[in-house]
Design a protein around this ligand. Structure first.
Ligand code: FMN
Length: 400
């Protein structure tokens, strides 16, 4: 459990892997913030399989292929980015660092990364965009970074429409609708903390003090924010959202090949295969398993829309495994939360450097100098394929 008192983290120079940011954050974060970031649904199975499954795939590296200058540029929805990874949507970043979302965005912009900004941000979406534009200005508009917006569709559709209009007016380039959150998952560690606080205060339920002024304060205690998540959301609603937004749309939180197919049929530009970092349904498939399922049963999808993956990616090698299997790019969540919590903007930059270096050295040793040379046969996914869902047992493939 994290400390209740702020202590100095180890020197940033000692952060050699993304895991080191986690250990450092644990030493500096107040307990509520640590629990908010690290917690997951129920017993943690969904989170654990995200983490484990990347390590159950091996590469099949090729040699002597002249790989002197690998090019890390990757396009996401038509926008070039400095790397094949982006920062996944995370809410309430004011709990990680007083600089909150603007600080994360500045750090990522310096590094040319795309960032998905959460509906549940501590700061307004306009303020976050301003930080990005200010940073761009200081960089002479040389950064390829773009901001995308993650949307939780509020129950009140008028509010939803006005929110989408604000996002558009502010200049966000794509809308990532979170579709795995019909309700908030049962975040066990947050529940214990909340229960302990209630017991300590003689039965009174409280919102952690630091978050009390934030509309998304309750999220920190693992409780749904009234009106912000709608179990009534359905596929038909994509029509009005598409009309209102009039730009690229990605569905975030797809967990089966059937829903990838529906996303294609509904004409969205991308899907983010994700189990929300293991925070939503207990016993979810890992993001990687859903990628394998899609690769196996509906490979046409990769030509019809862009397929992103997030959850448990902790090494540049994991990023390349996803790309071998056809992902356009991957999202990284907690490592950025932890890096920012422990080291502020330098942490955000270093976390990017760590992953970028791992991507580069792995590319070289894999025998590729550009991402379009990555192929499914460059990984051995047999172990996971053995455990993949099989339609032929009870299910007729023609239903897909
Ligand atoms: C602290 C935290 C806050 C998050 N907040 C949101 C959110 O507001 N909206 C959302 O769609 N996903 C949210 N997520 C899920 C992430 O977008 C992403 O799917 C997940 O973190 C990826 O897994 P990883 O943390 O293992 O990299 C959050 C995740 C974390 C860790």
């Amino acid at each position: 459990m994290a400390n209740d008192h702020h202590t100095a983290p180890p020197s940033l120079a000692l952060c050699v892997t993304t895991k080191d940011f986690e250990a450092a954050a644990k030493t500096v974060l107040p307990k509520e913030a640590w629990v908010y970031a690290s917690s997951s649904a129920a017993s943690g199975l969904s989170l654990q399989s995200n983490l484990d499954d990347w390590s159950r795939i091996n590469f099949r590296p090729r040699i002597m292929r002249s790989v002197r200058l690998p090019n890390p540029t990757r396009y996401i929805l038509g926008q070039p980015g400095s790397q094949p990874f982006f920062v996944s949507a995370m809410g309430v970043l004011g709990e990680a660092h007083p600089g909150a979302e603007p600080l994360l965005v500045r750090g990522a912009t310096r590094k040319g990364l795309h960032i998905v900004v959460s509906t549940a941000s501590t700061k307004s979406l306009e303020e976050i965009m301003k930080a990005h534009l200010d940073e761009q200005c200081q960089l002479g508009n040389q950064s390829p970074s773009k901001l995308a917006f993650q949307l939780y569709v509020p129950v009140d559709r008028n509010l939803a429409r006005s929110l989408i209009r604000r996002v558009k007016a502010a200049g966000y380039h794509s809308l990532w609708i979170t579709v795995d959150t019909s309700t908030l998952g049962k975040r066990t560690a947050a529940r214990y903390l909340q229960a302990q606080e209630a017991v300590d205060q003689g039965g009174q339920q409280t919102v952690p003090e630091a978050a009390a002024g934030n509309a998304f304060g309750p999220a920190l205690g693992g409780r749904p924010v009234p009106g912000s998540l709608d179990p009534g959301l359905n596929w038909e609603e994509l029509a009005w959202i598409t009309d209102e937004w009039d730009g690229p749309i990605v569905l975030k939180g797809i967990q089966t090949v059937e829903d990838v197919k529906l996303a294609v049929q509904h004409g969205v530009q991308g899907v983010l295969l994700s189990n929300h970092g293991g925070r939503q349904i207990h016993s979810a498939p890992s993001a990687l398993m859903t990628l394998l399922e899609t690769r196996t049963y509906y490979p046409e999808a990769f030509d019809k829309l862009e397929i992103f993956v997030d959850g448990g990616l902790r090494d540049g090698a994991d990023v390349l495994k996803a790309l071998c299997l056809g992902a356009t790019a991957v999202g990284v969540g907690r490592p950025y939360f932890y890096a920012m919590a422990a080291y502020g903007i330098e942490g955000v930059e270093k976390c990017t450097d760590v992953l970028a270096e791992e991507v580069e050295i792995t590319m070289k040793m894999l025998g590729v100098s550009s991402f379009d040379q990555l192929r499914p046969e460059m990984v051995n996914a047999s172990r996971l394929l053995n455990e993949m869902w099989r339609p032929d047992i009870w299910w007729n493939k023609s239903k897909l």
